[in-house]
Write a new protein. Structure first.
Length: 297
């Protein structure tokens, strides 16, 4: 997943840079780079906090398991009390780990500039609601009775089921948005190249090969767009709220997610082919007397 996203991001940036010539653009791109680095550092910090909480969670789970085994061997008041304390700690650490994971997810989402600002804020708002809900459960867990702990544990498990499906939907939406971001940049760049080709033609330059390659380039971007639309449709079918038949719904979500992911990979392949054709176009323009720097891989 990360490798694929990295390629898409590099291509998007390369195409943008190819159309943004001049000191002004260089300044803006440097500012953008600095913002990306700051956002990345913030996400890494949030992810690091989540990993720490996961370690605490694992330790609490191990302590709970040991206390339960101990009580099964020797049933007495001390062991019963110890199990209750370990269960409370285990539940608390479970909730803390989920909160830290959601905080890392929020940081990741807010850094995805390919998403519309309204979409980023909408997802972040939903994450904030979940965090507030979990914080409330953590507060109640700290003073809960053994029976209340069992009930809260069931509630948290149900929440996690919903979260697993919702995460697939959100991840798919972000993948699709990134591909769409790249496609739009490619379409804009194709329009600029087409305009330059017309200038060359008007100046009496031979442009038959150039126009043929431009047509091929646009065709590959159109195919990428078709795959993007197919992926977007698959991700949209994933339910945001699971119903009572969770296992079947999770399987359905997995199938939709995999299908959408495959469409994303196909779109990426067409984008890579378009990028290869773009290099030929730029080289041809240089030969024709209109130098245009090819974007790097």
């Amino acid at each position: 997943m990360k490798k694929m996203e990295k390629k898409i991001i590099c291509l998007a940036v390369a195409m943008f840079l190819a159309g943004a010539i001049g000191a002004d653009a260089a300044y803006q791109n440097q500012t953008l780079k600095e913002k990306d680095e700051a956002a990345k550092a913030k996400y890494q910090e949030a992810w690091g906090q989540y990993q720490k909480e996961v370690n605490f969670f694992k330790a609490a789970r191990e302590n709970f398991s040991s206390a339960r085994t101990k009580l099964q061997k020797v049933k007495n008041a001390d062991n019963t009390k110890d199990l209750g304390e370990k269960a409370k700690s285990f539940l608390g650490k479970s909730i803390s780990a989920l909160i830290k994971k959601l905080e890392a997810l929020k940081s990741w989402v807010l850094n995805k500039r390919a998403l519309e600002e309204s979409d980023r804020q909408a997802i972040a708002s939903e994450i904030d609601k979940d965090i507030a809900w979990l914080n409330d459960k953590a507060l109640k867990a700290s003073t809960a009775t053994p029976e209340e702990i069992k009930e809260q544990a069931r509630t948290i498990r149900q929440y996690w089921k919903k979260h697993r499906i919702w995460m697939k939907k959100i991840t798919g939406q972000i993948w699709a948005a990134r591909v769409n971001f790249t496609i739009k940049k490619a379409e804009d760049f194709a329009a600029k190249l087409s305009a330059k080709a017309q200038e060359l033609k008007a100046a009496g330059k031979e442009t038959a090969q150039l126009e043929a390659w431009l047509l091929e380039f646009s065709g590959k971007i159109s195919l990428a767009k078709e795959k993007y639309e197919a992926a977007k449709a698959k991700f949209a079918e994933i339910k945001a709220e699971p119903g009572p038949d969770f296992e079947n719904e999770l399987r359905a979500a997995d199938e939709l997610f995999k299908a959408g992911h495959n469409f994303i990979k196909e779109a990426n392949r067409y984008i890579k082919k378009a990028h290869a054709k773009l290099r030929q176009i730029v080289n041809e323009m240089k030969k024709a007397g209109k130098a245009e720097e090819a974007p790097a891989e």
